[in-house]
Design a protein around this ligand. Sequence first.
Ligand code: NAD
Length: 438
Amino acid sequence: MTTVTATPAATVARLRATFNTGRSKPLSWRLAQLDALRRLLTERTDELQAALLADLGKNPAEAYRAEIGFTLNELDHTVARLEEWLRPRPAAVPDVFLPAGARIVRDPLGVVLIIGPWNYPVQLVLAPLVGALAAGNTVVIKPSELAPASSAALAELVPRYLDSEAVAVVEGAVPETTALLEQRFDHIFYTGSGPVGRIVMTAAARHLTPVTLELGGKSPAVVEPGADLEVTAQRIARGKFPNAGQTCVAPDYILAIGETAKELEPLLTAAVRSMYGDDPAANPKYGKIVNERNFDRLISFLGDGRVVLGGGSDRAARHIDPTVLADVSPDAPVMREEIFGPVLPIISVPDLDAAIAFINDRDKPLALYGFTESEETKRRLTEETSSGALTFGLPVSHLAMPELPFGGVGASGMGRYHGEYSIETFSHAKAVVDKPLS
Ligand code: NAD
């Protein structure tokens, strides 16, 4: 038997034809698709967990929590509110136009392209898919080729559960994605690195296609004296080291004010031991590095500071210990790019002014984390810095709150999604005015 693979042009034409029939517009179709996605996630949990274990050494409990369960939460939140979100919103009409009515209607956009990264290869294509379907679009999904088992699982399962005239999975690497990007889409939702984000946006510009770019960057954790440093160290470690640090919103580095750097060293060590024991390499709860290229890049950072904890590695197993580096220079290579791995540098600054200046001298982060008991410090970090999100006390948590917009600003991205923000992203707010003729 020969498998005939449709060209990107044919795939997009097919989905556009479906969209043009109006099939994806009724609320009933949208809810049926979301229900089918729910069944995929609940009936095929084992297959998805196995794929995530193969790709990233992601243990099944974490795979459920961070990918499958996460997407189900997003889906349930959306299903429960979708009818209300889609209701046309009345708008006030100025006296001069009366009698007349005005309202805002949410129009689906058409054919949406979702391009995903490898680090949460299920969540980061299926959570945007929830929004794109809920908003009434047809969708092409392009999972990351660097998570091949997850990509294959999605390519197999999505057509079995979802309307295959309306949702297509296209697998592949740069050539396949380049060919896809030559097509005209009505929205492109891209998650990944900044350099590829520029390629995506350039391709989109040729068709005047709007883009959402969910990028990365260096997300700092600011620690102030007076904060409970034991709790701070635990929460930073729990935000940093799951998925072997390969999380876009993981704390990238610690900006330790005053004496907190020294005090944090043993507390971070204890926090990591409480998570993974004395030998993380032997602990199935700990993840592995996605590929050798990233392994080599991360290993090159280990000389950029004094190793407080970790530092061990095994290239064949793609393992790097959870590692904390102290006495790191702000100009060190580890501070010049997003780390995206289990290496946590501590940078010392004398005071809050210096911490704020440090943040504002660099690209706007995807997330900023503050650990402080001071309301004045919280106010200053809120008002004097810019980041995709700002979280006090619990890194990464904003991601799992569907009423909050998720997205970057400046170099960390453009646009936002989750919950109702996904409806805004994947639909057009159409102004409708209706004035009687007599
Ligand atoms: P990447 O940019 O290498 O790849 C992402 C996607 O782009 C893949 O599907 C890949 O096939 C495609 N791609 C790669 N090169 C391409 C090219 N030349 N032309 C067209 N398409 C191409 O990113 P990655 O390494 O998978 O992800 C890591 C980055 O993603 C990090 O910077 C991380 O912070 C960021 N990220 C952001 C979020 C977020 O939600 N903001 C989430 C996860 C990861």
